[in-house]
Design a protein around this ligand. Structure first.
Ligand code: FES
Ligand SMILES: [Fe+2]
Length: 326
């Protein structure tokens, strides 16, 4: 069981891969939301994520499965599955495949170079979309610099970081506490902070705008000495762990050395802060309602925003994860 009195798997979009990790013809295993999954891409570039286990005799399609046209062939007895999860051929039987020879297909989107899967505990179709970042693919910005962690925490605990103003000084040693304003617009939480950071050029003031689209995805834009962008994906692996992917981009400077120096410093600073947060997150308990005082930051606004991403709190985690076929 989760250590937190929150459903383990909130609803929303969650990153399960990068687009460039799954070239045409690739068949790969995944594990998220406590489920074994398989991801594959056909020759036309169409991507699919299915429940992994073949309903025939249970082989994992992601270990030895092979693409054939638009379908994946099971490594065990060669049954053939299409992107909707339906078995379209049993090569050694003259009859049509049994109607029950079908695995669940998850709803998938590719946006900003990320492969996102829709998870909803009640099987409801996507109720929002992840917007395109103008910076992604632009010649004015560097490609992603990627970093990844496996952390024993919950999506909500990590997301609360952005609105927890007081911890920045005491955990991260930032020069002063950032002042943060949070606004909510439906599924979107926008946190605007003024902060000061130490850099090789001394202390610089900067603006940090963090926009979360549910728990699974946020984009944070830092403006100050140089513009940087961080696309963060946090996806529950199982009852205990989340898979964290940080994708950094830096706006190119005329002087390339400056771009890479500032970019590296910025990434190092974010990684340093995350390393400081991890032991807190991995060992804390969840207090609800929290005991908030002046200057704690907009934690109350955050907590109210979080509630919309849970279906039937307490029940969803045990109900399985039905997601409609594509
Ligand atoms: S287990 Fe997949 S075809 Fe038999
Ligand atoms: Fe932090």
């Amino acid at each position: 069981m989760s250590r937190l009195p929150l459903p383990r798997y909130p609803n929303g979009w969650f990153q399960v891969a990068y687009s460039d990790e799954v070239p045409a013809g690739a068949v790969l295993p995944l594990k998220y939301f406590g489920k074994d999954l398989v991801i594959f891409r056909d020759e036309d570039g169409v991507l699919a994520v299915l429940d992994a286990h073949c309903p025939h005799l249970g082989a994992h399609l992601g270990y030895g499965g092979r693409m054939e046209g638009k379908c994946v062939r099971c490594p065990f007895h060669a049954w053939l599955y299409d992107a909707s999860g339906k078995c379209v051929s049993v090569p050694y039987s003259d009859k049509a495949p049994p109607a029950r020879a079908k695995v669940r297909a998850w709803t998938v989107r590719e946006v900003n170079g990320l492969v996102m899967v829709w998870h909803h505990a009640e099987g409801i179709e996507p109720t929002f979309e992840i917007p395109v970042n103008a910076e992604y693919g632009s010649d004015d910005w560097t490609p992603y610099e990627k970093a990844r962690w496996k952390i024993k925490t919950h999506n909500q605990e990590m997301a609360e970081n952005a609105v927890d103003s007081a911890h920045f000084h005491y955990v991260h040693g930032t020069v002063e506490r950032p002042t943060s304003q949070a606004t909510v617009d439906g599924v979107v939480l926008r946190v605007l902070s003024q902060t000061r950071m130490r850099t090789p050029m001394g202390k610089v003031s900067g603006t940090v705008e963090s926009i979360s689209h549910g728990f699974g995805y946020s984009v944070t834009r830092f403006t100050g000495i140089v513009d940087t962008l961080l696309a963060a994906g946090v996806t529950a692996i199982d009852e205990d762990y989340v898979d964290v992917r940080f994708s950094f981009m830096v706006r190119k400077q005329v002087d390339r050395a400056v771009t890479s120096t500032v970019g590296e410093h910025f990434m190092a600073e974010i990684k340093r802060q995350l390393a400081q947060d991890i032991p807190i997150w991995e060992n804390k308990i969840y207090i609800d309602p929290p005991l908030v005082v002046d200057n704690d930051g907009p934690i109350g606004i955050f907590r109210r925003w979080t509630k919309q991403f849970y279906s039937e709190p307490g029940a969803a985690a045990s109900r399985g994860l039905p997601v409609t076929a594509g």
